[in-house]
Each structure stands twice: as structure tokens, then as C-alpha cells.
Design a protein around this ligand. Sequence first.
Ligand code: AMP
Length: 292
Amino acid sequence: MIVCESLPDLRQALVPLAKPLGLVPTMGYLHDGHLSLVRRARQECASVAASIFVNPSQFGPQEDLAAYPRDLPRDLAMLEADGVDLVWTPSPEAVYPPGYQTWVTVERVSAGLEGERRPGHFRGVATIVTKLFHAFQPQKAYFGHKDAQQAAVIRRLTADLDFPTEIVVCPTVREPDGLAMSSRNTYLDPGERRAATVLYRALEAARRAYAVGERDADRLRQILQAVLAQEPRAEVQYVSAADPDTLQELHGPVERALLSLAVFIGKTRLIDNVAVGDFVIARSEATKQSPE
Ligand code: AMP
């Protein structure tokens, strides 16, 4: 496995790699969720590359950039064990040198949910993903359903900026008790860790209600709220039943919805989601709405 820090070294290391190339972008502190993306890429691509970069521009001023967990030697060992060919570990200065002033903004699909509660987050995500796609020129790129709005933003960006990259969205990998794997789970103390299972229990309750015929989006949100309210350590930031293409909040009867939530457990902000109905995260909006 080749590990590069500078962009010129990365470009040189990419030349001999067989195509198709699959890219797995990460912020490191890897777990089985990340590795599921690597394994899917390994199955589908002749070469697999990963990036490890805690992207400062997607963190707000009050967020956990400095505290974000990091363990590069462990991450590299895990990627090597899963057959990754190339890893890029740039410094923040290499990605955003002095004088940097170019940003990518995806508009409507970034506006609600995470975008509303984390102003600037998706501008940071869209910018780093654009830079990664330019650097690696991958035929395929792998993202997790865990960050469903992010996947929708990246699909939109890829279509709008004509990247010849297929976006593959992989299922959320969970702990045995249902908690979605996340690097941020390491912030939880044992009591908080137990409380954190309420996110999955809430989503499961709404999913079961849908499965037995509940189609009212407002009622599905109420079910999410009701289960979360049973956990005193959970401070709900939002619950949502949204259109999976536009991420607009839905009301009344629905056939398909992305049910998602953001909840503080102590100081740790956790997000999770499930899809109800038959759909793929964010088909092109183009058939539904013309560009502004
Ligand atoms: P991060 O390092 O948190 O930026 O995540 C890197 C990629 O891994 C993103 O595409 C995430 O959606 C994905 N990911 C994170 N956690 C999970 C999980 N539990 N299951 C599947 N994919 C995940």
C-alpha cells in the first residue's frame, strides 16, 4: 500500500493503478462502517484508494475539530489489511494553502436538516469532495447511507459539475444493539453509550409503523419524537420525514421517505436515518425541477 502526503506524490502514485479506480473518502479513526465501503470498492474496482483528512472547513467554529479522534497508524494498518492500494493523508495546509478562496456550494439539497443546523458544513463537504475527485479522478466513489444528506449533496454535485464518477451509497453498519457506527461514538461515556441506542429504537419504531401501513409523514415524525422522549439523556435537535430526492420535509400521506434525526446525548451530537419505501438516495432532481 502506498501512502502519500503531497498532491504531486499522489498524482504520480495514481499513474500505474489499474482502472476502474474506486475512492473511499474518510476523516479517519476508522471502523467497520468505513471498512464496508472499502470492501465494496475492492469487490467492484481494479484499484482502491482512500483519503484520510479531517476537513477543517466542514466543522463549525463551535464544533469538535480539535477533539475529533485521530489514529493514523491504526487506520493505515486497517486499510492495508483490507487491500487498499493507495492512501492520501494530506495536511490541512496542503489542501487549503494560504490565500485559498474557492468554495463549492450545492444549493437546495444542502439547505435543510444538517445544512440548517450546521451552517457551512456542506460547503466544506462539497469543496473537499470536489478537490478529491479532481485529485484522484476515480471511476467510482463510495459513501455511507449513515450520512444520507451528504450522499444526496454529493450526487447532486457530481451531476451538476459533470464528474465522470459513479456515486455508490452503501448501507449503514451498526453495532449489535443498533447504534450506527461513528467515529464520534468514542465521545460517549458508558451511560451515554447505553442511552444512544434510543436513536435506533426511534427509527425502528417508525419503520415498523410504516411496515404495517402508517403513511402519514407527520405521524411518523411523532413516533420518532415519542420514542426519543423516553430517554432523559436525549436532547432532540430535529426529527424529519423528508423527500429522499429533494430532502424537503413531507406532510400528509407518503409512499417514500427518509426518516432522519439528530440528537445530543450529553455533549455528543449523533445522527442516524432509515429509508422507508423503495428508493435510492437522491435521484437527479432535474426531472422534477428546472434549474433556477
Ligand atoms: P467520515 O469519516 O465520518 O467522514 O465517514 C467517511 C464515510 O464513511 C462517509 O461516506 C460516511 O457516510 C461513511 N460512514 C460512516 N459511518 C458509517 C456507517 N456506520 N456505516 C456505513 N458508512 C459509514
